[in-house]
Ligand binder design. Structure first.
Ligand code: ADP
Length: 188
């Protein structure tokens, strides 16, 4: 069963690659960013609370995220087919929660994959994306904040998974199809 954790800074292309890989493996692509944006759009209780944090480039508090993940990973498709997690975990507390949750439900992940892209390329990519998409967190100030939050809270996960010997790194600063090719080689 394929269960993968996708790591990588904002703008590294993990959403795009996770989606492609999920489709080719026939497993659900679980993106906490996508789930949150859907909740914001519907203005659910969770969406209303999460929105303010997202628009500032801050992480949404774990109290709101953890339950969301527990529910999603307990759904039929995830139980039966596996998953690619994109955007979760995003800090060490979330990674520890995930480990406990998976032990509880008798699952484990195969790999944590880091998509590496140099910082200056990330900013350029995100500003480029801002021109074609309409995400309120894609303004330059918020992009810079998201990158700082990544460095401070998410980057320590590289060490976390390295110590468990499940970390693999893929150079994300290449043509989209070439990155996909390397990811597929890693997974299959
Ligand atoms: P990106 O990786 O480009 O920043 P995402 O779509 O993964 O975009 O996330 C967008 C925003 O959603 C984040 O900046 C954060 O506010 C919120 N978010 C997504 N996943 C999490 C998470 N696991 N924990 C806390 N906040 C999250």
């Amino acid at each position: 069963m394929t269960r993968l954790i996708f790591l990588g800074a904002p703008g590294a292309g993990k959403g795009t690659q996770a989606q492609i890989l999920a489709a080719s493996c026939g497993i659900p692509h679980i993106s906490t960013g996508d789930i949150l944006r859907a909740q914001v759009k519907e203005q659910t209780e969770l969406g209303i609370q999460a929105q303010a944090f997202m628009n500032k480039g801050e992480l949404v508090p774990d109290a709101l995220i953890l339950d969301m993940i527990r529910v999603r990973l307990s759904q039929d498709d995830a139980i039966k087919a596996g998953w690619i997690l994109d955007g979760f975990p995003r800090n060490v507390a979330q990674a520890e929660f995930l480990d406990r949750l998976l032990t509880e439900i008798g699952q484990n992940y195969n790999l944590a994959i880091d998509l590496g892209v140099p910082q200056d390329r990330l900013v350029a990519r995100l500003l480029e994306r801002a021109k074609i998409q309409n995400r309120p967190d894609d303004t330059e100030d918020v992009i810079r904040r998201r990158l700082v939050v990544y460095d401070e809270q998410t980057a320590p996960l590289l060490d976390y998974y390295q110590r468990k010997d499940v970390l693999r790194s893929v150079d994300g600063d290449r043509e989209l199809a070439e990155v996909t090719h390397h990811l597929e080689a890693l997974v299959n």
